[in-house]
Design a protein around this ligand. Structure first.
Ligand code: PLP
Length: 390
Protein backbone atom coordinates (compact mmCIF):
# COMPACT_ATOMS: atom_id res chain seq x y z
CA UNK A 1 0.00 0.00 0.00
CA UNK A 2 1.33 3.41 -0.96
CA UNK A 3 -0.31 5.46 1.79
CA UNK A 4 1.81 7.20 4.40
CA UNK A 5 1.83 5.73 7.96
CA UNK A 6 -0.48 8.50 9.29
CA UNK A 7 -3.06 7.46 6.70
CA UNK A 8 -2.55 3.72 7.14
CA UNK A 9 -3.24 4.10 10.87
CA UNK A 10 -6.70 5.34 9.87
CA UNK A 11 -7.52 3.63 6.58
CA UNK A 12 -6.16 0.10 6.92
CA UNK A 13 -9.31 -1.90 7.66
CA UNK A 14 -10.89 -5.35 7.53
CA UNK A 15 -12.75 -5.81 4.22
CA UNK A 16 -16.17 -4.14 4.46
CA UNK A 17 -19.00 -6.64 5.05
CA UNK A 18 -22.36 -6.75 3.24
CA UNK A 19 -23.71 -4.44 6.00
CA UNK A 20 -21.69 -1.51 4.55
CA UNK A 21 -20.44 -0.36 7.97
CA UNK A 22 -18.17 2.70 8.03
CA UNK A 23 -16.27 2.15 11.29
CA UNK A 24 -14.43 -1.15 11.53
CA UNK A 25 -16.67 -4.03 12.75
CA UNK A 26 -15.98 -6.05 15.89
CA UNK A 27 -15.88 -9.81 15.30
CA UNK A 28 -16.67 -10.88 18.85
CA UNK A 29 -16.85 -14.58 18.10
CA UNK A 30 -14.78 -17.44 19.46
CA UNK A 31 -15.06 -19.62 16.36
CA UNK A 32 -15.95 -19.52 12.67
CA UNK A 33 -18.07 -21.76 10.44
CA UNK A 34 -17.24 -23.64 7.23
CA UNK A 35 -19.23 -24.05 4.05
CA UNK A 36 -18.44 -27.76 3.78
CA UNK A 37 -16.72 -30.67 5.48
CA UNK A 38 -14.00 -30.40 2.84
CA UNK A 39 -13.37 -26.71 3.68
CA UNK A 40 -13.21 -27.58 7.36
CA UNK A 41 -10.70 -30.38 6.72
CA UNK A 42 -8.60 -28.03 4.58
CA UNK A 43 -8.57 -25.38 7.33
CA UNK A 44 -6.95 -27.85 9.72
CA UNK A 45 -4.50 -29.35 7.25
CA UNK A 46 -1.94 -26.57 7.53
CA UNK A 47 -1.12 -24.66 10.75
CA UNK A 48 0.05 -21.58 8.88
CA UNK A 49 -2.97 -21.30 6.56
CA UNK A 50 -4.63 -17.86 6.55
CA UNK A 51 -8.19 -18.91 7.38
CA UNK A 52 -10.38 -18.04 10.37
CA UNK A 53 -10.81 -21.10 12.62
CA UNK A 54 -10.81 -20.09 16.26
CA UNK A 55 -10.08 -16.75 17.92
CA UNK A 56 -7.19 -18.04 20.01
CA UNK A 57 -5.14 -17.71 16.82
CA UNK A 58 -7.22 -16.09 14.08
CA UNK A 59 -9.74 -13.27 14.28
CA UNK A 60 -10.31 -10.52 11.70
CA UNK A 61 -10.41 -7.71 14.30
CA UNK A 62 -7.18 -8.89 15.92
CA UNK A 63 -5.63 -9.30 12.45
CA UNK A 64 -6.57 -5.71 11.57
CA UNK A 65 -4.81 -4.45 14.69
CA UNK A 66 -1.71 -6.56 13.90
CA UNK A 67 -1.64 -5.42 10.26
CA UNK A 68 -1.82 -1.77 11.32
CA UNK A 69 1.02 -2.06 13.82
CA UNK A 70 3.11 -3.96 11.24
CA UNK A 71 2.47 -1.21 8.68
CA UNK A 72 3.36 1.53 11.17
CA UNK A 73 6.56 -0.23 12.25
CA UNK A 74 7.58 -1.12 8.69
CA UNK A 75 7.33 -4.86 9.45
CA UNK A 76 6.08 -7.77 7.32
CA UNK A 77 3.87 -9.46 9.88
CA UNK A 78 3.04 -9.76 13.57
CA UNK A 79 1.19 -11.47 16.40
CA UNK A 80 -0.98 -9.97 19.15
CA UNK A 81 -1.20 -11.03 22.78
CA UNK A 82 -3.39 -10.32 25.79
CA UNK A 83 -0.82 -8.09 27.49
CA UNK A 84 2.59 -6.57 26.86
CA UNK A 85 4.14 -9.08 29.24
CA UNK A 86 2.61 -11.94 27.22
CA UNK A 87 4.26 -10.47 24.09
CA UNK A 88 7.63 -10.35 25.87
CA UNK A 89 7.31 -13.80 27.44
CA UNK A 90 6.13 -15.38 24.16
CA UNK A 91 9.14 -13.87 22.38
CA UNK A 92 11.55 -15.27 24.97
CA UNK A 93 9.88 -18.71 24.94
CA UNK A 94 9.85 -18.93 21.14
CA UNK A 95 13.46 -17.99 20.48
CA UNK A 96 15.34 -19.12 23.61
CA UNK A 97 16.03 -22.73 24.60
CA UNK A 98 17.76 -24.46 27.49
CA UNK A 99 21.46 -23.57 27.43
CA UNK A 100 20.94 -20.27 25.60
CA UNK A 101 22.02 -16.85 26.78
CA UNK A 102 20.32 -13.46 26.45
CA UNK A 103 21.99 -10.04 26.72
CA UNK A 104 19.62 -7.37 28.00
CA UNK A 105 19.68 -3.77 29.06
CA UNK A 106 19.46 -3.67 32.86
CA UNK A 107 16.97 -0.80 32.66
CA UNK A 108 13.92 -2.80 31.57
CA UNK A 109 10.31 -2.88 32.72
CA UNK A 110 9.97 -4.38 36.23
CA UNK A 111 8.19 -7.60 35.17
CA UNK A 112 10.64 -8.10 32.28
CA UNK A 113 13.42 -7.95 34.87
CA UNK A 114 11.55 -10.61 36.89
CA UNK A 115 11.27 -12.93 33.85
CA UNK A 116 14.99 -12.51 33.05
CA UNK A 117 16.23 -13.01 36.59
CA UNK A 118 13.67 -15.38 38.19
CA UNK A 119 12.01 -17.47 35.46
CA UNK A 120 14.46 -17.89 32.55
CA UNK A 121 17.24 -19.27 34.82
CA UNK A 122 14.76 -21.93 36.04
CA UNK A 123 14.70 -23.29 32.49
CA UNK A 124 18.46 -23.07 32.02
CA UNK A 125 18.47 -19.76 30.14
CA UNK A 126 21.18 -17.42 31.36
CA UNK A 127 21.24 -13.61 31.11
CA UNK A 128 23.77 -10.76 31.22
CA UNK A 129 22.84 -7.13 31.83
CA UNK A 130 24.45 -4.10 30.25
CA UNK A 131 24.21 -0.46 31.27
CA UNK A 132 22.19 1.62 28.76
CA UNK A 133 24.64 4.49 29.15
CA UNK A 134 27.65 2.25 28.30
CA UNK A 135 26.90 0.63 24.91
CA UNK A 136 30.62 0.04 24.37
CA UNK A 137 30.41 -2.77 26.97
CA UNK A 138 27.78 -4.78 25.03
CA UNK A 139 29.95 -6.68 22.58
CA UNK A 140 32.13 -8.23 25.29
CA UNK A 141 29.00 -9.78 26.88
CA UNK A 142 28.14 -11.81 23.79
CA UNK A 143 29.00 -15.50 24.15
CA UNK A 144 28.83 -18.38 21.64
CA UNK A 145 25.38 -19.34 23.07
CA UNK A 146 23.95 -15.79 23.01
CA UNK A 147 20.74 -15.87 20.96
CA UNK A 148 19.03 -12.56 21.74
CA UNK A 149 19.73 -8.94 22.62
CA UNK A 150 16.89 -7.12 24.32
CA UNK A 151 16.36 -3.46 25.21
CA UNK A 152 13.92 -0.56 25.64
CA UNK A 153 14.72 2.90 24.34
CA UNK A 154 13.84 5.31 25.87
CA UNK A 155 14.15 3.20 29.01
CA UNK A 156 11.60 3.08 31.80
CA UNK A 157 11.70 5.18 33.93
CA UNK A 158 15.26 6.50 33.51
CA UNK A 159 14.70 7.74 29.91
CA UNK A 160 18.12 6.55 28.79
CA UNK A 161 18.49 6.31 25.04
CA UNK A 162 20.70 3.96 23.07
CA UNK A 163 21.85 4.12 19.46
CA UNK A 164 19.76 1.40 17.73
CA UNK A 165 22.00 1.35 14.64
CA UNK A 166 25.09 0.79 16.77
CA UNK A 167 23.51 -2.11 18.68
CA UNK A 168 22.06 -3.68 15.54
CA UNK A 169 25.53 -3.76 13.92
CA UNK A 170 26.83 -5.77 16.90
CA UNK A 171 23.86 -8.14 16.67
CA UNK A 172 24.35 -8.70 12.93
CA UNK A 173 28.07 -9.36 13.38
CA UNK A 174 27.37 -12.06 16.00
CA UNK A 175 24.15 -13.41 14.48
CA UNK A 176 22.08 -12.43 17.53
CA UNK A 177 18.35 -11.64 17.34
CA UNK A 178 17.79 -7.95 18.15
CA UNK A 179 14.50 -7.32 20.01
CA UNK A 180 13.29 -3.82 20.95
CA UNK A 181 10.45 -2.91 23.34
CA UNK A 182 9.17 0.23 21.58
CA UNK A 183 6.39 0.93 24.08
CA UNK A 184 7.61 4.35 25.29
CA UNK A 185 8.16 5.82 21.83
CA UNK A 186 5.45 4.09 19.73
CA UNK A 187 5.89 3.79 15.93
CA UNK A 188 4.61 7.37 15.62
CA UNK A 189 7.90 8.51 17.18
CA UNK A 190 10.46 5.80 16.40
CA UNK A 191 10.64 2.78 14.09
CA UNK A 192 13.40 0.47 15.35
CA UNK A 193 13.20 -1.84 12.30
CA UNK A 194 14.54 1.05 10.19
CA UNK A 195 17.62 1.01 12.44
CA UNK A 196 18.13 -2.76 12.23
CA UNK A 197 15.90 -4.34 14.90
CA UNK A 198 14.65 -7.85 14.04
CA UNK A 199 11.56 -7.83 16.27
CA UNK A 200 9.70 -4.89 17.78
CA UNK A 201 7.23 -5.41 20.59
CA UNK A 202 4.80 -3.29 22.56
CA UNK A 203 2.62 -3.11 25.55
CA UNK A 204 -0.41 -1.85 23.60
CA UNK A 205 -1.90 -1.06 27.01
CA UNK A 206 -0.03 2.24 27.00
CA UNK A 207 -0.02 4.77 24.15
CA UNK A 208 -1.65 2.46 21.59
CA UNK A 209 -4.81 2.42 23.69
CA UNK A 210 -3.98 5.89 24.93
CA UNK A 211 -6.97 6.16 27.23
CA UNK A 212 -6.23 3.61 29.94
CA UNK A 213 -8.98 1.12 29.04
CA UNK A 214 -7.67 -2.23 27.82
CA UNK A 215 -4.58 -4.45 28.02
CA UNK A 216 -2.78 -5.73 24.96
CA UNK A 217 0.56 -6.69 23.45
CA UNK A 218 1.98 -7.04 19.96
CA UNK A 219 5.19 -8.26 18.28
CA UNK A 220 6.11 -7.44 14.68
CA UNK A 221 8.96 -8.38 12.36
CA UNK A 222 9.91 -10.51 9.35
CA UNK A 223 7.52 -13.35 8.40
CA UNK A 224 10.13 -16.04 9.05
CA UNK A 225 10.39 -14.83 12.69
CA UNK A 226 6.66 -14.26 13.18
CA UNK A 227 5.72 -17.80 12.03
CA UNK A 228 7.23 -19.60 15.06
CA UNK A 229 5.84 -16.88 17.36
CA UNK A 230 2.40 -17.37 15.81
CA UNK A 231 2.59 -21.11 16.50
CA UNK A 232 3.61 -20.45 20.11
CA UNK A 233 0.62 -18.13 20.66
CA UNK A 234 -1.70 -20.48 18.73
CA UNK A 235 -0.79 -23.46 20.88
CA UNK A 236 -0.19 -21.92 24.32
CA UNK A 237 -2.96 -19.28 24.25
CA UNK A 238 -1.72 -15.88 25.50
CA UNK A 239 -3.99 -14.40 22.83
CA UNK A 240 -5.53 -10.94 22.44
CA UNK A 241 -9.30 -10.62 22.86
CA UNK A 242 -11.20 -9.38 19.81
CA UNK A 243 -12.87 -6.71 21.91
CA UNK A 244 -9.52 -5.30 23.04
CA UNK A 245 -8.24 -5.46 19.46
CA UNK A 246 -11.23 -3.40 18.33
CA UNK A 247 -10.58 -0.74 20.98
CA UNK A 248 -6.89 -0.69 20.06
CA UNK A 249 -7.31 -0.55 16.29
CA UNK A 250 -9.72 2.40 16.69
CA UNK A 251 -7.19 4.07 19.00
CA UNK A 252 -4.42 3.73 16.43
CA UNK A 253 -6.41 6.10 14.19
CA UNK A 254 -5.46 8.93 16.55
CA UNK A 255 -1.96 7.71 17.52
CA UNK A 256 -0.02 10.26 15.47
CA UNK A 257 -2.01 13.32 16.55
CA UNK A 258 -1.97 12.15 20.16
CA UNK A 259 1.78 11.55 20.18
CA UNK A 260 2.42 14.97 18.62
CA UNK A 261 0.39 16.69 21.36
CA UNK A 262 1.84 14.48 24.12
CA UNK A 263 5.35 15.42 22.99
CA UNK A 264 4.62 19.12 22.54
CA UNK A 265 3.21 19.34 26.08
CA UNK A 266 5.95 17.10 27.52
CA UNK A 267 8.59 19.46 26.13
CA UNK A 268 6.83 22.44 27.73
CA UNK A 269 6.53 20.58 31.05
CA UNK A 270 10.23 19.64 30.94
CA UNK A 271 11.23 23.24 30.21
CA UNK A 272 8.79 24.56 32.81
CA UNK A 273 10.22 22.38 35.58
CA UNK A 274 13.85 23.19 34.85
CA UNK A 275 15.19 25.60 37.41
CA UNK A 276 12.33 25.10 39.89
CA UNK A 277 13.65 25.49 43.44
CA UNK A 278 12.45 22.02 44.50
CA UNK A 279 13.78 20.22 41.42
CA UNK A 280 17.35 18.92 41.20
CA UNK A 281 17.25 17.89 37.55
CA UNK A 282 14.83 17.24 34.69
CA UNK A 283 15.26 14.55 32.05
CA UNK A 284 13.59 14.60 28.63
CA UNK A 285 15.07 13.30 25.35
CA UNK A 286 14.61 16.59 23.51
CA UNK A 287 16.21 18.76 26.20
CA UNK A 288 19.71 19.65 25.06
CA UNK A 289 21.17 18.57 28.40
CA UNK A 290 19.90 14.98 27.97
CA UNK A 291 23.09 12.85 27.86
CA UNK A 292 22.01 11.08 24.64
CA UNK A 293 20.23 14.05 23.05
CA UNK A 294 22.09 13.62 19.74
CA UNK A 295 20.98 9.99 19.44
CA UNK A 296 17.41 10.97 20.33
CA UNK A 297 17.41 13.51 17.50
CA UNK A 298 18.75 10.88 15.08
CA UNK A 299 16.21 8.14 15.77
CA UNK A 300 13.13 9.84 17.28
CA UNK A 301 10.63 12.19 15.60
CA UNK A 302 9.97 13.86 18.96
CA UNK A 303 10.74 13.23 22.63
CA UNK A 304 7.58 11.28 23.48
CA UNK A 305 5.32 11.83 26.48
CA UNK A 306 7.44 10.85 29.46
CA UNK A 307 9.34 13.40 31.53
CA UNK A 308 11.24 12.48 34.67
CA UNK A 309 12.64 14.72 37.34
CA UNK A 310 14.49 14.43 40.61
CA UNK A 311 12.76 16.12 43.52
CA UNK A 312 14.87 17.60 46.31
CA UNK A 313 14.36 15.75 49.60
CA UNK A 314 14.26 12.10 48.40
CA UNK A 315 11.53 9.59 49.27
CA UNK A 316 9.75 11.87 51.75
CA UNK A 317 9.49 14.78 49.34
CA UNK A 318 8.37 12.36 46.60
CA UNK A 319 5.49 11.14 48.78
CA UNK A 320 4.48 14.68 49.79
CA UNK A 321 4.55 15.74 46.17
CA UNK A 322 2.24 12.91 45.06
CA UNK A 323 -0.15 13.62 47.93
CA UNK A 324 -0.31 17.32 47.02
CA UNK A 325 -1.34 16.73 43.38
CA UNK A 326 -4.88 17.91 42.69
CA UNK A 327 -5.62 17.00 39.07
CA UNK A 328 -2.79 14.71 38.00
CA UNK A 329 -3.56 11.04 38.64
CA UNK A 330 -1.52 8.96 41.05
CA UNK A 331 -1.32 5.61 39.26
CA UNK A 332 1.44 3.40 37.96
CA UNK A 333 0.09 3.26 34.39
CA UNK A 334 1.35 5.56 31.61
CA UNK A 335 0.38 6.54 28.10
CA UNK A 336 -3.03 7.97 28.96
CA UNK A 337 -4.86 11.11 27.84
CA UNK A 338 -4.77 11.95 31.57
CA UNK A 339 -1.48 13.10 33.03
CA UNK A 340 -0.06 10.58 35.50
CA UNK A 341 2.67 10.91 38.10
CA UNK A 342 4.43 8.02 39.78
CA UNK A 343 7.27 7.40 42.17
CA UNK A 344 9.13 4.32 40.83
CA UNK A 345 11.29 3.72 43.93
CA UNK A 346 8.22 2.96 46.06
CA UNK A 347 6.04 1.30 43.37
CA UNK A 348 6.98 -0.22 39.99
CA UNK A 349 10.60 -0.81 40.95
CA UNK A 350 10.15 -1.51 44.67
CA UNK A 351 11.09 -5.19 44.15
CA UNK A 352 14.60 -4.21 43.06
CA UNK A 353 17.28 -3.74 45.69
CA UNK A 354 18.54 -0.20 46.24
CA UNK A 355 21.77 -1.05 44.41
CA UNK A 356 19.81 -2.49 41.47
CA UNK A 357 17.64 0.62 41.42
CA UNK A 358 20.53 3.04 41.40
CA UNK A 359 22.26 1.04 38.66
CA UNK A 360 19.28 1.75 36.37
CA UNK A 361 19.11 5.41 37.35
CA UNK A 362 16.21 5.25 39.80
CA UNK A 363 16.97 7.52 42.71
CA UNK A 364 14.83 8.00 45.84
CA UNK A 365 13.36 11.27 44.57
CA UNK A 366 12.74 10.28 40.94
CA UNK A 367 9.26 11.25 39.75
CA UNK A 368 7.99 9.99 36.40
CA UNK A 369 5.33 12.04 34.65
CA UNK A 370 3.37 10.66 31.71
CA UNK A 371 2.23 13.94 30.20
CA UNK A 372 -1.40 13.74 29.05
CA UNK A 373 -3.59 15.70 26.70
CA UNK A 374 -5.06 18.22 29.15
CA UNK A 375 -4.22 21.92 28.63
CA UNK A 376 -0.49 22.12 29.28
CA UNK A 377 -0.89 25.11 31.62
CA UNK A 378 -3.21 23.09 33.88
CA UNK A 379 -0.61 20.31 33.97
CA UNK A 380 2.22 22.72 34.82
CA UNK A 381 0.18 24.59 37.44
CA UNK A 382 -0.67 21.34 39.25
CA UNK A 383 2.96 20.18 39.17
CA UNK A 384 4.18 23.55 40.47
CA UNK A 385 1.68 23.85 43.33
CA UNK A 386 2.50 20.26 44.42
CA UNK A 387 6.24 21.00 44.27
CA UNK A 388 5.71 24.08 46.43
CA UNK A 389 4.06 21.87 49.09
CA UNK A 390 6.66 19.08 49.03
C1 PLP B 1 3.70 -1.64 30.70
C2 PLP B 1 4.93 -2.10 30.03
C3 PLP B 1 5.14 -3.46 29.76
C4 PLP B 1 4.14 -4.52 30.18
O1 PLP B 1 2.94 -4.42 29.49
P1 PLP B 1 1.52 -4.92 30.08
O2 PLP B 1 0.59 -4.62 28.96
O3 PLP B 1 1.25 -4.18 31.33
O4 PLP B 1 1.66 -6.39 30.33
C5 PLP B 1 6.30 -3.81 29.12
N1 PLP B 1 7.23 -2.89 28.76
C6 PLP B 1 7.07 -1.59 29.01
C7 PLP B 1 8.12 -0.62 28.59
C8 PLP B 1 5.92 -1.14 29.66
O5 PLP B 1 5.77 0.16 29.92
Amino acid sequence: MAYRPETQAIRLQTARTQEKEHATPLFLTSSFVYDSAEDMAAAFSDDTLDVNIYSRFSNPTVDEFINKVAALEGAEDGIATGTGMAAIFSTFMTFLSKGDHIVSASAVFGSTHTILTKYLPKWGIDFSYFDMTRPETIEALIKPNTRMLYLETPSNPGLDIIDLEYVSAICKKHNVLFVVDNCFATPAVQQPIKFGADLVLHSATKFMDGQGRVLGGVVVGRKELINPLYLFVRNTGPSMSAFNAWVLTKSLETLFVRMDRHAESAMKVAQGLQGHAKVNSVKYPMLENHPQHAIAKKQMRNGGAIVSFEIKGGVDAGRKFLNALQMISMTNNLGDSRTIASHPASTTHSKLTETERSSVGITAGLIRVSVGLEHVDDILEDLRQALDKS
